[in-house]
Design a protein around this ligand. Structure first.
Ligand code: ACK
Length: 223
């Protein structure tokens, strides 16, 4: 009998250390608490609630993910295209269990997700699979996404609205970055944490004044 092939994980990524998760959750929750009290946000509340004048508690609206991480490659146990090739890359094998620091430079809030944009370093980009930014992107958005720097999709999902899957965070982030590039920015509000921008249809982007850094470990994950 042939030796069994090693099984591929659900995904690979950088996982925040437990104490780092708590710190990042606290800092980002503080932002959510402030956001839903802003007049600028209340003016677009119907994009979250479907009704004007209805209040929303964003802390309740988004459900917390189990553990905070930044996905590099979604393998789906080998069913995703390029999963095996990725797992066999020397840089991937060499990076497993290694520590690394991630830098969060912005936060996004949409009616679907709450997420953090991760700015990858040159070294971290070596673990970013080629072509991964555009996986699952709607054809209409593809040209704009292809014009963005590699790794633009890198993110940490901080919360999802009921019934929404985490994969949506990367897609909403790309959409926001594409709109910004086209200069389609609306209202801007200065906050303590940075500059908040509205990008139509309930999309909000907070460019952080100071990045939030977090210590992580690169590893694979299987449910
Ligand atoms: O927030 P995320 O990056 O979005 O972390 C989870 C992780 O893999 C485990 O589900 C991401 N994910 C799920 N499906 C896909 C997909 N089809 N393409 C890329 N990433 C995905 C999800």
């Amino acid at each position: 009998t042939k030796p069994k092939e090693p099984e591929l994980p659900l995904f690979f990524g950088w996982f925040l250390l437990p104490e780092e998760q708590e710190r990042v959750k606290c800092a980002t929750m503080d932002f959510l608490k402030t956001l839903d009290t802003l007049e600028a946000f209340k003016g677009h509340i119907s994009e979250f609630t479907g009704e004007a004048d209805k209040e929303v508690d964003l802390e309740q609206y988004f459900q917390n993910p189990v553990h905070l991480h930044c996905t590099t490659k979604f393998c789906n146990y080998g069913k995703a295209e390029g999963a095996k090739e990725y797992a066999e890359l020397q840089v991937v094998k060499d990076s497993l269990t290694k520590s690394d620091e991630l830098s969060v430079t912005a936060l996004i809030v949409t009616p679907r997700v709450f997420g953090a944009r991760v700015a990858l370093t040159e070294t971290q980009l070596k673990l970013w699979p080629e072509g991964e930014d555009k996986v699952g992107v709607t054809p209409a958005l593809l040209p704009s996404v292809e014009a963005l720097p590699v790794g633009s999709r890198a993110h940490v999902t901080l919360g999802c609205a009921a019934g929404v899957e985490a994969v949506q965070t990367g897609l909403d982030l790309l959409e926001i970055l594409a709109l910004q590039k086209e200069g389609k920015e609306g209202t801007q509000v200065e906050m303590e944490l940075g500059t908040l921008t509205y990008l139509s249809e309930g999309r909000w982007f907070l460019a952080l004044r100071e990045p939030i850094t977090a210590d992580t470990t690169f590893s694979s994950f299987s449910d």
